[in-house]
Design a protein around this ligand. Structure first.
Ligand code: SF4
Length: 146
C-alpha cells in the first residue's frame, strides 16, 4: 500500500492536449485497446495495426505495438478541429493518465509529472481507492506483443 496516496491527489484535466501532442512518445496497445479502437473505427485489429500503428522493438527481443505519430509528434488520432477523434475508445494508457505508477510513487514523481501536465494540482481530489483502481486497470492491460 502506497502511503503517499492516503490523502488522495488533486487532478482536473485542463484539456491543454499536451499529453496527446508535440512530444515524441509511445501509446502501447493491449489486445483489448486494439479491439475497442478497431470496433470504434469499423475496421479489423489487423487493419488498425497496419494503418495507424508502429512496431517498437524493446529490450529482450520484445516487440510491442504503439500508435503512430504524425511528423510533428501529434498522435495519429489527434485533429486540430476536433481534438482526440477516438476519445470514447481511447486506450487505457491515455484513459489512466496522469495516474501512472511512475508518477504516483511520491511527491517527487508527482511534481515531476506536473511539469508536463498542468491539470495536476487542479480540479477535484481523486481518492486512494480511485487511484488504485486506475493503477490496477493499467497493470491488467498487458501490452500486445508481436
Ligand atoms: S497534459 Fe494533463 S491537463 Fe493537458 S490534456 Fe493531458 S491530462 Fe489534460
Amino acid at each position: 500500500m502506497n502511503d503517499f496516496l492516503s490523502h488522495g491527489l488533486r487532478f482536473g484535466c485542463t484539456q491543454c492536449s499536451r499529453c496527446c501532442r508535440h512530444d515524441p512518445g509511445y501509446v502501447f496497445l493491449s489486445p483489448a485497446d486494439c479491439s475497442s479502437l478497431a470496433d470504434f473505427l469499423g475496421i479489423s485489429c489487423n487493419e488498425l495495426v497496419a494503418s495507424r500503428c508502429r512496431k517498437v522493438v524493446l529490450g529482450g527481443g520484445l516487440t510491442m505495438v504503439s500508435l503512430l505519430e504524425k511528423e510533428n509528434h501529434d498522435c495519429t488520432f489527434w485533429n486540430n478541429a476536433e481534438g482526440c477523434t477516438v476519445y470514447e475508445a481511447r486506450p487505457v494508457q491515455c484513459r489512466t493518465y496522469p495516474f501512472w505508477a511512475s508518477a504516483v510513487e511520491d511527491w517527487e514523481s508527482w511534481n515531476r509529472e506536473a511539469v508536463h501536465c498542468p491539470g495536476i494540482g487542479q480540479g477535484r481530489v481523486y481518492t486512494r481507492d480511485e487511484i488504485e483502481a486506475l493503477l490496477a486497470m493499467r497493470r491488467q492491460n498487458h501490452p500486445m506483443t508481436v
